[in-house]
Design a protein around this ligand. Structure first.
Ligand SMILES: [Zn+2]
Length: 216
């Protein structure tokens, strides 16, 4: 039996997290997902900057309620910013000007469920759509439209933070404050990234951490 022809990994594949575009017909969806503090927004900004350097028209949207740092910018936790348009409903992204080649969407988990349909329509128009967002909420459940968008995307990059308790890769966002609202916006102090095991230990770890600081 003949061996199955494998795709050869090139230097370009190793160098960049995003897909190789050679021979790719235009119009697709990329997703950058992961926990809090995994670098999703930084990776989104990096991809958009590269497109802009290549003189491609780029536009960025973010949900209107995400105004933690700035009304009109996508701002990562490192304050590495990019102009962004706050929108109240995902249907507004369908008004994107026809010359735009790359559409970025940050904090996609806070958009309504129709975002999945709308990003697919933009991809069919020939646009490259880069979607960044939390894949899971603080309860470890799929967050907003993210699960559906992950299903229909051509390319998925899952980023990880580092678990501050054990140093393993963190996939979960543990909420440090007593608040049940799924949509609580947060920064350091409200959330911490945790690996699966430390996440499952819940506030036992909070207790240990407070004991440690009392004795030190
Ligand atoms: Zn851990």
């Amino acid at each position: 039996m003949l061996p199955c022809p494998a795709r050869v990994t090139t230097h370009a594949d190793l160098m960049f997290l995003e897909p190789s575009f050679r021979g790719q017909r235009s119009g697709w969806i990329e997703v950058i997902c992961g926990s809090m503090f995994s670098g999703k927004t930084e990776e989104l900004i990096r991809r958009l900057r590269r497109a802009r350097y290549a003189n491609q028209d780029v536009i960025v949207y973010k949900p209107k309620q995400d105004t933690r740092y700035s009304q009109n910018h996508v701002v990562s936790h490192d304050e590495n910013d990019f102009n962004a348009e706050p929108v109240a409903h995902s249907s507004i992204i369908l008004d994107v000007p026809a010359q735009v080649k790359v559409v970025g969407i940050d904090e996609a988990q806070f958009f309504d469920d129709q975002l999945t349909e709308h990003v697919q329509r933009l991809a069919l128009r020939g646009m490259r759509v880069v979607v960044a967002g939390l894949d899971m909420d603080f309860m470890g459940k799929p967050f907003g439209p993210m699960a559906d968008i992950l299903s229909v995307a051509e390319y998925v990059t899952k980023l990880h933070a580092i678990c501050p308790h054990c140093g393993n890769l963190a996939t979960h966002s543990y909420r440090l404050v007593a608040e049940d609202d799924q949509f609580l916006l947060g920064d350091k102090g409200s959330y911490e990234p945790r690996c699966r095991v430390c996440y499952s230990m819940g506030n036992i770890l909070d207790f240990r951490a407070s004991k440690k600081s009392e004795t030190s």
